[in-house]
Structures are given as C-alpha cells and as structure tokens.
Design a protein around this ligand. Structure first.
Ligand code: SF4
Length: 210
C-alpha cells in the first residue's frame, strides 16, 4: 500500500468517525482565538475554555488587555498553567496588535510568530481556524498518530506539517483533518495503551484485528 493510499483511508475513516468538527476553543473575536491558543500551550482545551469564559467577559476589548497589568490576569488563567509568562504574553501582544496592526490579528504567519507567546503551531492553528488557511498544525496528537499510521516518518513538527499538507494537498478541509487527527489521538490512539482492538486502521502494524 502506498503512502497516498494510506492517507486516503485515514481521511475517509476519520471523516466517518468524526463527520462534524469545530474549533476546540471558544472565541468571538480574532484576538480572542489567538489568546486562547496562546493559553492552550501545555494545557487542555477544557481548562482554557473555562478560563476564557470569565477572562473575555472581564477584559472585553484589546484596549483593556493592553492597559492591564499582567498580574491582574493571573487569577483568571492560573488553572491553565504557566500563568506568569502567559499573562505577560497577552498584555504585550495586545499592545503590539493595537499599536502596530490597528487592532487586527495579522494574516501573515511570519508576523504572527514574531508576537510574544506565538510559535509556529499557534500561528498555524490561528490562520487555519480563523481564515481557513491550508495548514495542518502539528501538536503532540497529530505527531504521534501520523507517525503510527506511517503518513510521515519525522520528529520535527514543521517537517511533519509540510509532509501532511503535501499528502492532503488535494483536500479543501485541512483544518478538519487536523481536528480529526487530534480527536482520534485523544479517543483511540492514546500515547500510552492505544486502543488498537477498536481501531479501524488494519494496516497499522500495532493493529491486532487486521
Ligand atoms: S492500531 Fe493502535 S497504534 Fe495503530 S493507529 Fe490504531 S490505535 Fe493507533
């Protein structure tokens, strides 16, 4: 079986498993999505959504974030972890967005990664979720699942992203592929003790059913 054939099977099976997907993070404005993604580093979407449900109510404009002291944000975000650095990122990024980009989150990946707290994955998730840019951002689930399914043989997230985007270049819903790989990693292909007996991918060498 070629890699392209495997990729097609993965695409079709994950679509059956997860027909409808939506962004895991809750937001109403462009900067709210960016901030939620910054907050999600080394945390969970559930914790981030809990935190932002109060944070975005209290700080309901970029101006409020930009003029806040980082320590005033900490009570809202302490449960997501790394609250000291993340509160600094939100305030500094708000100031830069307001003063350099007219309060809009830039659509440019290179500019995004220059913002405090924004790495390649954060920038890719933002652009793919908010603007449907053709990216497949790579987190720990996407990395593990795509390697186990022999879609990639890489360790570096940027190389994995490039390979996956090439493999699925004929699809127009790359963000859904990203979400489905994450859901599959969370639900079935766990890092420890994957549920191989209930996995549809019989070509995976770990699968005991095929
Ligand atoms: S067979 Fe197991 S390791 Fe392979 S993709 Fe399925 S759950 Fe993951």
């Amino acid at each position: 079986m070629t890699k392209k054939e495997r990729a097609e099977i993965v695409y079709e099976e994950l679509k059956k498993l997860y027909p409808e997907t939506s962004c895991f993070l809750k937001y109403k404005k462009d900067y709210e999505l960016l901030f939620a993604i910054i907050l999600s580093a080394q945390s969970t979407d559930i914790k981030v959504n809990e935190a932002t449900s109060l944070l975005f109510k209290e700080y309901d404009s970029l101006e409020k974030f930009a003029s806040a002291s980082p320590s005033s944000l900490i009570p809202y975000i302490k449960k997501v972890g790394l609250a000291n650095s993340k509160s600094n990122y939100l305030v500094k990024t708000s100031q830069i967005l307001l003063f350099s980009y007219s309060g809009k989150v830039p659509k440019d990946r290179k500019i995004l990664v220059s913002l405090p707290g924004v790495g390649e994955k954060t920038a890719a998730v933002f652009l793919a979720e908010y603007y449907n840019y053709p990216f497949i951002p790579v987190d720990t689930h996407v990395k593990r699942v795509s390697n186990r399914l022999s879609l990639v043989k890489e360790d570096d997230p940027i190389k994995i992203e490039t390979d996956l985007e090439h493999l699925y270049r004929d699809k127009d819903d790359l963000i859904s592929i990203h979400r489905r790989l994450i859901l599959f990693g969370r639900d079935i292909c766990h890092a420890i003790r994957p549920n191989c007996l209930n996995c549809p991918f019989t070509f995976c060498k770990n699968n005991k059913v095929g």
